[in-house]
Design a protein around this ligand. Structure first.
Ligand code: MGD
Ligand code: SF4
Length: 745
């Protein structure tokens, strides 16, 4: 067996013990919990400012805690532009992250007892000393660069500071190569700037919203969903392009049930119609864009009839929808989407979206895209970071437009080989469940197996913790300070996160962990504060406010300073591209040897008996992080496999029946999934919600519920421009008999 064998159950007994001992310790020292024992109830609530961490929309919120120290509710901050005073079901249920009794309770260290690998409980002192000794060892033996950080969300920010101070910028997160990286590359090539989050889509004033595989409503990004609902009430046209009849599709005037992997062909045909019929915004194109003539020539032959044969969308529907968009222009949005790493030519698909917006003149226009703005939070002083000899840029050098670390490339560096110039020997994973979010588990396991040391910091005993040498329990977002939220929006605003309650069990905030490790390895100069509160207070003072004020208001607004929200009629504007114009034709791509204009390429199709695996979101869950949350698990405890009635007839499947999946590489799902027979999915595909099928038994509610889509994704089509991993080219067979000899309980 491998050294880093996934530890499945052996620590369970110990975990139970930890609960009693740490709960006792906390009780003895915590006045709030002592009060609760005296049954000292009161109607008074303490209100604390926070912003949500259940997804990355970061809605500002208020927590209400009673005098017994119980968080009673979380509600949206009424002045916040991310939520307009209302949280989504996940944000409201966020308190379940705090109350979940399966939480990690104390640090754990991998050990071998009677030849069996297991975890034993450890004190923070012991765990941190061990980690610090590994940091020193890796730096002395290989160089700091060989210690990699895979991270996501707020804890990642604190650890990024630690790693950079240490001398490593070998850092990556799945939010890039497995998510929105291709769209950022595609839009940056065209407009010179990233789309970013929240997307600067002016949905509230739009007349036509085009969603291409973006399922807003199931993909619950708060203010975006609220604005879409208002836009619908105001009579906006919604056009949805999706092989599945999504919730958004059900609200649409036009649902184009496209054949998967053919979106670029549809968009080329839309461009053809818009140009041939003279429907494009002529003034805008002339004033602000470059490369129109090349584009016109390029799309000349991409007629709706040509696209019909590829997309299965009727020519008259292509024409009708193109005209609809043009009649709404410039108040039209071809939405850039969010999770867009699908087929490996994703940057080019994002380019096609960007070009369409350019033709219709919607960038910088009311009801299209506004010019976003944020306010800079001053940096708390610290010495300069050392310069690593190599970093994520070198690791991703094959992909010329990679603008962040590519997880899969960093992971590959942990596998020793003659050609590997950037050896990764140790890894810290924080706030990301990589075994459920990064495809090709075989590669991931091989990499993890070769690491000398792996530490995971999480709030929950997620699957990834099973591979660690040391597991650190972070307290939840409701129990800690984090960085000030400063996001781009129509106008700048900031929000703070203040602990509503003290950390439960023996858990600690991420900033504290970073500081403790830093101090142990001689980097105390980078952490000159006792409490993160001091950092925030210092920053807020510099911004003309204070923690005291922010605790009262939660969100503070600042005036715009970068100019108007939209382009001014008849005025020139310099875009931050090389030419200063919107680049319909991309010289940058051409110089790098890529297609300067998007081209449709045919992707593999499912062989006989196989169906394309499509996946997406449910409104009450975020990735894999919420499956065990008691409140959200209550709303949806497992995923289903959507199957077209035609397929159900052929295979004799019924709704509610349990099936297993086997993919093109003969990988069989560990668990089963219940079938849902529905017309809402095309016959050539099946669909499931991402984030279920957990295999760590310590997740008592989520374990074994449904299938983990990532397990079925063993083949990826890598985007040659920015290194994104296209994950929608995997095909599955549906097995009605349990393929496992013994059933795992
Ligand atoms: P999660 O699966 O939610 O998201 O991928 P991940 O970032 O890995 O895992 C988050 C982890 O953070 C969990 O283990 C959770 O317990 C932990 N966590 C939550 N809060 C905290 C905290 O406060 N502190 C700490 N230390 N840990 C915390 C997301 C990524 O996945 C993204 S952004 C996208 S868009 C992709 N989506 C996607 C998909 O749709 N399908 C498939 N198959 N793969 C995907 N991968 C990508
Ligand atoms: Fe939280 Fe929902 Fe806002 Fe995401 S959209 S930050 S889960 S309230």
């Amino acid at each position: 067996t491998s050294r880093r064998k996934f530890i499945k159950i052996s620590a369970l007994g110990l975990g139970g013990l930890a609960a009693t001992s740490t709960a006792y310790k906390l009780f003895a020292t915590n006045p709030i919990l002592q009060a609760s024992n005296k049954n000292n109830s009161s109607d008074k609530f303490i209100r604390s400012a926070t912003y949500c961490e259940v997804c990355f929309w970061k809605c500002a919120a208020w927590t209400y805690t009673d005098t017994n120290g119980n968080i009673k509710k979380i509600i949206g901050n009424e002045t916040d532009p991310h939520c307009y005073g209302r949280l989504c079901p996940r944000g409201t249920g966020g308190v379940g992250m705090y109350t979940d009794e399966d939480r990690l309770k104390t640090p754990l260290i991998r050990t071998t007892i009677n030849g069996e690998q297991t975890f034993r409980e450890a004190s923070w002192e012991e765990a941190l000393d061990l980690i610090a000794s590994k940091f020193k060892h890796i730096k002395d033996t290989y160089g700091a660069e060989s210690f990699a950080l895979l991270k996501h969300g707020s804890p990642g920010k604190h650890l990024e500071h630690l790693f950079k101070a240490y001398g490593s910028d070998t850092i990556a997160e799945p939010a890039y190569a497995q998510c929105r990286g291709p769209r950022e590359a595609g839009f940056a090539l065209t407009y010179g700037s990233w789309v970013g989050s929240p997307e600067p889509t002016d949905i509230r004033d739009t007349k036509c919203l085009v969603l291409i595989g973006s399922h807003i409503g199931e993909n619950m990004h708060n203010s975006q969903v609220q604005e879409m609902s208002d836009a619908i009430d105001n009579g906006a046209t919604i056009i949805t392009v999706d092989p599945r009849f999504s919730t958004a599709a059900s609200k649409s005037q036009h649902w184009l049930a496209i054949k998967p992997a053919t979106d670029i062909a549809l968009m080329l045909a839309w461009m053809h119609v818009i140009i041939e019929e003279g429907l494009y915004d002529k003034d805008y194109v002339k004033r602000y864009t470059t490369g129109f003539e090349e584009l016109k020539d390029h799309v000349l032959n991409f007629t709706p009839e040509w696209a019909y044969g590829i997309t299965t969308i009727k020519p008259e529907d292509i024409r009708k929808t193109a005209r609809k968009m043009a009649s709404a222009a410039p108040s039209v949005i071809i939405h850039p989407g969010r999770h867009v790493s699908w087929y490996g030519d994703d940057t080019q698909r994002a380019r096609a979206m960007a070009i369409l917006n350019g033709l219709l003149g919607s960038w910088g226009r009311r009801g299209g895209f506004y010019f976003k703005e944020s306010i800079k939070v001053p940096k708390f002083p610290h010495p300069e970071y050392p310069h690593p000899k190599w970093d994520w840029r070198n690791i991703g050098e094959k992909y010329p437009l990679a603008q962040m670390g590519i997880t899969t490339e960093v992971i590959k560096c942990a596998i020793p080989s003659k050609t590997n110039k950037y050896p990764v020997k140790a890894m810290m994973v924080a706030g990301t469940n990589i075994t459920k979010s990064i495809p090709n588990k075989k590669l991931l396991e091989e990499a993890m197996n070769n690491l000398e040391f792996m530490v995971v910091m999480d709030t929950m005993p997620m699957d990834v913790t099973g591979y660690a040498d040391v597991v650190l329990p972070e307290c939840t977002y409701l129990e800690r300070y984090d960085d000030i939220r400063s996001a781009t929006n129509r106008a700048p605003s900031i929000a703070v996160r203040v602990p509503a309650v003290p950390p439960k069990y023996n858990s600690k905030p991420g900033w504290w962990v970073a500081k403790q490790i830093g101090e142990r390895i001689g980097l105390g100069e980078y952490f000159k504060y006792n409490d993160y509160e001091e950092v925030i207070e210092w920053q807020l003072n510099k911004m003309g406010t204070s923690l005291e004020e922010m605790k009262k208001i939660g969100v503070k607004h600042f005036p715009r300073t970068s100019g108007p929200l939209y382009l001014e009629e008849g005025k020139n504007y310099e875009f931050p591209t090389a030419s200063g114009k919107i680049e319909l034709y991309s010289n940058e791509l051409k110089n790098l040897g890529f297609d300067p204009l998007p081209v449709y390429t045919k992707h593999p199709e499912p062989p006989q008996g196989f169906y394309r695996l499509n996946y997406g979101r449910a409104p009450m869950h975020t990735f894999s992080r919420t499956a065990n949350n008691p409140n959200l698990n209550d709303l949806k405890s497992e995923n289903n496999l959507w199957v077209n009635p035609k397929v159900a007839r052929i295979l004799g499947l019924k709704t509610g029946q349990s099936v297993w999946l086997r993919n093109q590489d003969k990988i069989v799902s560990t668990f089963s999934i219940k079938v849902r027979v529905t017309e809402r999915i095309r016959w050539d595909s099946v669909y499931m919600v991402h984030g279920f099928g957990h295999d760590n038994k310590k997740l008592t509610r989520a374990f074994g519920k449904g299938i983990n889509d990532t397990q079925m994704i063993s083949k990826v089509a890598v985007d040659p421009i920015m290194g994104g991993t296209g994950m929608r080219g995997n095909f599955v067979e549906i097995l009605t008999q349990n393929p496992h000899k013994t059933v795992e309980i």
